[in-house]
Design a protein around this ligand. Structure first.
Ligand code: FPP
Length: 251
């Protein structure tokens, strides 16, 4: 497996187009409420934004796109809404997987799939296997994912494989066990819907990610909105702990 740069161990190369974008898709419920529609209509419309975002990321050369579809805390929502989200995920994946494969995308899901029904878990595994050899954008859905869960499951698996590390270990020992071990750390994090928090998303990987928050609700998030986020990212000075002067002196 390729070893990706760790932002805390070495200074990553900052590129004009982010290699990896991670998004919290928020505001579906409010989008629906504004139109006097049930919340689920917002989620339905959100699938369209998912499709547009994937397409635009491919067009501009983003290599990894990671979307937070369902957090470990989203089980706290009303039962009907949780079950609708599961059905929506199943039907969207079932409908789109041929196109995803045709477009040479690699599809991955991160999160604890154990509580998902067997049909959905099987569809996910089949989609991952089918697209594993593709070389285009890696499209990841975080489902029943939590950043704390991820760090804990990584530590448990690492110690299971290497009990001798109980006395001490470092980043290099742990990071191969994190669920996003196949991707570089995100360059740009976007949260739609006006809230300004990380909500237990990729806690480990966001250490030096540029954060961008927009009031745009997820169903309204289009290619222009994504370009605005990227323009904001391009205006940032990514120092990774260094001073501006050091940055200017770097060839
Ligand atoms: C947050 O909006 C959104 C979610 C919890 C679900 C996101 C799901 C989708 C966009 C559609 C399905 C995804 C895939 C992968 C096909 P919210 O309900 O919290 O909105 P609110 O803050 O306005 O209430």
């Amino acid at each position: 497996m390729a070893q990706f740069q760790s932002s805390t161990c070495e200074i990553p190369n900052a590129k004009a187009i982010p290699s990896h974008i991670a998004i919290i898709m928020d505001g579906n419920g409010r989008w629906a409420k504004q139109r006097m529609l049930p919340r689920i209509a917002g989620h339905q419309r959100g699938v369209k934004s998912v499709r547009n975002t994937v397409r635009h990321c491919v067009e501009i050369g983003v290599e990894y796109l990671t979307l937070f579809a369902f957090s470990s805390e989203n089980w706290r929502r009303p039962k009907d809404e949780v079950s609708f989200l599961m059905t929506l995920f199943y039907s969207a994946l079932d409908r789109e997987i041929d196109q995803i494969h045709k477009d040479n995308l690699r599809f991955r899901v991160i999160g604890d799939l154990a509580p998902f029904n067997a049909k959905l878990a099987t569809l996910i595994k089949e989609a991952e296997l089918r697209t594993a050899g593709n070389t285009g954008l890696t499209f990841t859905i975080a489902a029943n994912y939590g950043g704390r869960w991820d760090i804990l499951q990584a530590a448990k698996r690492m110690l299971n494989d290497h009990p001798e590390l109980a006395g001490g270990f470092d980043e290099c020992h742990l990071s191969p066990y994190l669920s996003m071990n196949y991707a570089p750390e995100p360059d740009l994090f976007i949260r739609t819907g006006g809230e300004q928090r990380i909500s237990n998303f990729l806690l480990w990987q966001l250490a030096y990610t540029e954060l961008y928050f927009t009031d745009t609700l997820w169903p309204d998030f289009d290619s222009t909105a994504l370009d605005l986020a990227i323009a904001s990212y391009q205006a940032r000075e990514r120092r990774f702990g260094r001073t501006s002067e050091q940055l200017l002196a770097t060839p």
